[in-house]
Ligand binder design. Structure first.
Ligand code: GLC
Length: 543
């Protein structure tokens, strides 16, 4: 069997590729599993937990960065694109991980951070060494304005100006994030070539794809014009939101680069690229590229930001479905390492309804580690905050640490994550909310996820079928998933805490409840009238 045997089989079955029919699972490596008692997760730890992911029904694992890094932004400041940070293990550990992932018929996706490097990366050290260094133009250097101030008004994502003054060479350099994360100059062909070589390096090793960090940031306005003031800015927002990032992000030239990256991937068999892109839907879909020559999956983050309201969600889903080009495969995300967890945005009960939504919508779902057991944001006392976004804007409650706490495996000391004190504190509730205690509990979040995943993966209507909106009001969101060669399903979700009633006027929906957030109701026959409890979601197999 070739390393791609599994995907090819599924392709024959329903003409889909692995990243279309399967589920992606994001691991934040620091927090998944420690194997060497330093309180920080590592690659051997991930290897030890692969059977769990296989059991859960995951197709692909995406690892947040594992490369050498001073960790100013916890690995998103890379000082060597082709190495492994010793904290996570060695290249041998990585090779073993890749092999073990493939042995289980799964795929491995790495984070690629092409927009910026660490300020400790040899490229930047060279670039800043003198104005005539051959790598000077690999980064974005500008003179001060006549009064000594920054070249323009651009702000950094993590607070303050985006320009840092360099005493030695008497110029500013641009950093969209921390000053320890200087932006590369993607208009320079040498930079492009260097990064394409990085991609080749990992693809030749056999990884199955990349999640490309801040894809929409990669090219900046050629004239570095000032960004306009955001008229809707609210004081609780990050300071960067005072301006609209009109000139600092999403420039037309970015699509050339994405296409170039795609060409690299297409030289290998069945590899894929996810783009991290926070943009409105009509702009997001341009990242599929002309005729699908761009990202395979521009991350669709709508469920992270929209108010938890049935009519708004129904509208957003249809808007997205309508905006997708015919070659664009959809995808959905409920959480990641930069956002509050779904449980902390909509509550524990609604997080169950959200799981039904994520796993029954059309397109590839990405699950953030721990969401499947209902992990909640953990309050981190200020003295323990690690995340630079939290440290730099302390009064805005923007730290991402609460959603990055160690995975809760069991009720033992340190939750089975480590034998030593973890780098970030554990949830105080881990003794009851953990994989082991939830595995055999028919009412747990984990059981709900597991059963949803099983259902999704065995029914063509979910993995490959159409999405048909049925109904929405202030409480209920209902839609159908259908496929010509398979049973159809009706999904009815109550997005509120109060009972809700739904009586379709024109259609008949006779069927059997095959899955419910209230398992007691499974097996019931329904016939065109639905009375749902608060926080209930049901999946009906239609007759
Ligand atoms: C992306 C990452 C985030 C990181 C930032 C800068 O948004 O997801 O964690 O801080 O890029 O690299």
């Amino acid at each position: 069997m070739t390393p791609y045997g599994m995907a090819s089989q599924s392709q024959v079955k329903n003409q889909q590729l692995w990243w279309q029919s399967g589920i992606i699972y994001q691991i934040y490596p620091r927090s998944f599993q420690d194997s060497n008692a330093d309180g920080i997760g590592d690659l051997q730890g991930v290897i030890n937990r692969l059977d769990y992911l296989k059991w859960l029904g995951i197709q692909a694992v995406w690892l947040s960065p594992i490369y050498p890094s001073p960790m100013a932004d916890y690995g998103y400041d890379i000082s060597d694109y082709q190495g492994i940070h010793p904290i996570f293990g060695s290249m041998d550990d990585f090779d073993q991980l890749l092999e073990e992932v493939h042995q289980r018929g799964m795929k491995l996706i790495l984070d690629l951070v092409p927009n910026h490097t660490s300020d400790q990366h040899p490229w930047f050290l060279e670039s800043k060494s003198s104005r005539d260094n051959p790598k000077r133009d690999w980064y974005i250097w500008k003179d001060a304005l006549p009064d000594g101030s920054e070249p323009n008004n651009w702000l950094a994502m993590f607070g303050g100006t985006a320009w840092e003054w360099d005493e030695t060479t008497q110029q500013y350099y641009y950093h969209a994030f921390l000053k320890e994360q200087p932006d590369l100059n993607w208009r320079n062909p040498e930079v492009r070539e260097a990064m394409m070589n990085v991609m080749h390096y990992w693809l030749k090793k056999g990884i199955d794809g990349f999640r490309v960090d801040v894809m929409w940031h990669m090219v900046k306005d050629a004239h570095f014009r000032n960004n306009p003031i955001n008229p809707d800015y609210q004081p609780h927002q990050a300071t960067v939101d005072q301006l609209l990032a009109v000139y600092s992000t999403d420039q037309p030239e970015v699509h050339d680069i994405v296409r170039q990256m795609r060409e690299v991937l297409d030289a290998y068999e069945e590899r894929m690229m996810i783009g991290e892109i926070y943009l409105p839907v009509h702009k997001l879909v341009t990242y599929y590229g002309e005729n699908g020559s761009g990202a395979h999956l521009p991350f669709n983050f709508q469920l992270l930001n929209l108010p938890w309201n049935a009519t708004q969600l129904a509208a957003a889903i249809s808007q997205y479905e309508g905006a997708l080009p015919e070659y664009g495969w959809p995808n959905w995300v409920l959480g990641n390492h930069d956002q509050p967890r779904i449980t902390s945005r909509v509550g524990l009960q609604q997080a169950r309804v959200a799981a039904l939504l994520l796993l029954t919508l059309r397109g590839t779902p990405t699950i953030y580690y721990g969401d499947e057991i209902g992990m909640q944001d953990v309050p981190i006392p200020f003295s323990e905050v690690q995340d630079p976004q939290g440290l730099n804007m302390p009064d805005k409650n923007l730290s991402r640490d609460p959603a990055r706490t160690p995975m809760q495996w069991n009720a033992s000391t340190y939750a089975g994550f480590s034998s030593e004190k973890p780098w970030l504190r554990l949830s105080s509730t881990y003794r009851r909310l953990n994989v082991e205690s939830e595995k055999d509990n028919p009412f747990s979040m984990l059981t709900l996820y597991k059963r949803l995943i099983d259902l999704r993966q065995k029914e063509l209507s979910f993995t490959a079928g159409d999405y048909i909106p049925v109904y929405s009001d202030q409480q209920i969101l209902a839609y159908k998933r259908t496929h010509e060669n398979a049973p159809a399903f009706l999904i009815v979700l109550n997005l509120t805490h109060r009972p809700a009633y739904f009586k379709p006027e024109h259609d008949a929906f006779k069927g059997t409840i095959v899955l419910s957030t209230l398992p007691e109701e499974e097996g019931q026959e329904v016939d065109s009238y639905f009375a749902l409890s608060g926080d209930q979601g049901i999946i009906i197999r239609l007759h």
